[in-house]
Design a protein around this ligand. Structure first.
Ligand code: HGY
Ligand code: MN
Ligand code: MN
Length: 425
């Protein structure tokens, strides 16, 4: 048990470390893939996959067993509600249940399960809160199947309209709208929540997904904000030709053009300080035949930086850099997501830091390199995040690992911080 000290108006909330660890093991079974060791399998649980739906159904089963109410909104964000002594705006927590294709057992799901553990621990301790508490599982945070990521929190917070995403397709050609309809129908919860319904506050627990906490010997990250990001989808078009007969000088070779464009982009984004993050994670070549000159290449760009001006300058230079490199081919550059660096609410940052201090946990005050749903929820209400370390900072990788005692410590800080917001009798 991880006893919560007086951080939250002196109440003791026993976080059950074993229960929290066991719930992670049960959720990791949905989409399990081999990992570096038998006890460290990875997870491939794309948004709205059968495994994602099964994980949602299991969470709802656990919630119903505790007497919590369960709700969805029209983009299938899932809300688990523990009643308060009043019916005011809930204090919320949560994260996402979908994973990367070669994902880990903690990215996203930890925030959902830590939040759920707080609700259960409050029940076990007989503690009532003034505000209702809600755990939210946000739809499609990762964006691995349907780009961009953070669709659920973006739409809920009003940063995008659901109509923008309905015709998005995955690599198999399935429309987001069709997968969404199937998920809503398969999830035993009424679609009775509206986008933008108020929260009194929101705190998300997440693994750091980087090495800073581990290097600093810290067990908690008090998160100050999230760096900016810009996502693009680039389409380069040429013309198919015979690989054996067509002279190179007469070709409109989309792959050769893509190679030139990407070389120019790596020059544009070279950063001796290694602060900029520039990633081409998806690359598709058509028709993909060894003896046909490619006529189409599609690739993704994920670019991030903590400074808004640097990010904007480089993002604005991407279309012209590509256009100048593709020779006889044509290029289309579509921005699929753009978010400036953001800071969390100072009062929430202070609350998380105070709870961490009371619990006597070594901590680091730090920004987040990874994107999170909290980045959008912050547009709706006072928001913050709690980080825990993950081994060697490894994430978006089957080897992702977090210690049971750190999962519990993060949940204890979360409990104390949420209680401070939700009020107790
Ligand atoms: O990409 C991100 O930053 C998040 O982990 N999905
Ligand atoms: Mn995540
Ligand atoms: Mn992730």
């Amino acid at each position: 048990m991880f006893d919560l000290a007086a951080g939250a108006q002196g109440v003791k909330v026993p976080i059950d470390q074993d229960r929290l660890w066991q719930r992670h093991a049960e959720m990791a079974a949905f989409g399990q893939i081999p990992g570096p060791r038998a006890d460290r399998s990875g997870v491939n649980r794309p948004c709205f996959s059968a495994d994602d739906i099964a994980a949602r159904q299991l969470l709802i089963t656990w919630a119903r067993a505790r007497g919590y109410s369960v709700h969805q909104d029209p983009i299938a964000n899932l809300f688990i509600r523990r009643a308060g002594t009043t019916d005011g705006a809930p204090v919320a927590t949560g994260s996402h249940m979908d994973t990367q294709p070669r994902g880990g057992r903690f990215d996203g799901i930890y925030g959902v399960l830590a939040g759920f553990e707080v609700l259960e621990a409050l029940d076990d301790a007989g503690i009532a809160t003034t505000h209702p508490l809600e755990v939210v599982a946000w739809t499609n945070e990762e964006g691995g199947r349907f780009a961009p990521g953070t669709m659920g929190s973006m739409v809920y917070a009003g940063a995008a309209k659901i109509e923008q995403f309905l015709d998005t397709t995955d690599i198999a050609g399935t429309r987001f709208a069709d997968a969404l309809a199937a998920t809503l129908a398969a999830t035993p919860a009424p679609v009775d929540r509206r986008f933008g319904d108020a929260f009194a506050g929101y705190i998300e627990a997440h693994i750091e997904q980087g090495p800073r906490l581990e290097h600093a010997g810290a067990r908690i990250g008090v998160v100050t904000g999230i760096q900016g990001m810009a996502w693009f989808e680039v389409t380069i078009r040429g013309e198919t030709a015979h690989a054996g007969t067509c002279p190179v000088g007469q070709r409109r070779d989309a792959l050769r053009a893509a190679h030139a464009a990407i070389s120019s982009l790596y020059q544009l984004t070279a950063d001796p300080d290694d602060t900029l993050r520039f990633t081409i994670g998806r690359f598709v070549v058509d028709p993909g035949s060894p003896n046909t000159v490619p006529n189409l290449v599609r690739f993704s760009i994920d670019m991030r930086h903590p400074d808004p001006d640097t990010l904007a300058r480089l993002a604005d230079a991407i279309p012209s850099t590509i256009a100048g490199a593709v020779g006889p081919c044509t290029a289309e550059v579509r921005t699929t997501n753009r978010k400036a660096p953001m800071r969390f609410d100072p009062a929430v940052i202070d609350r998380v830091e105070a709870a961490t201090k009371v619990l006597g946990l070594p901590y680091l005050v730090m920004p987040s390199g990874a994107g999170h749903d909290a980045g959008y929820v912050a547009d709706l209400c006072p928001t913050g995040m709690v980080f825990i370390p993950c081994e060697a900072g490894v994430s978006h990788n089957e080897a992702e690992f977090a210690r049971p005692e750190d999962l519990a410590a993060g949940a204890a800080v979360l409990a104390s911080s949420l209680l401070g917001m939700a009020g107790t009798r």
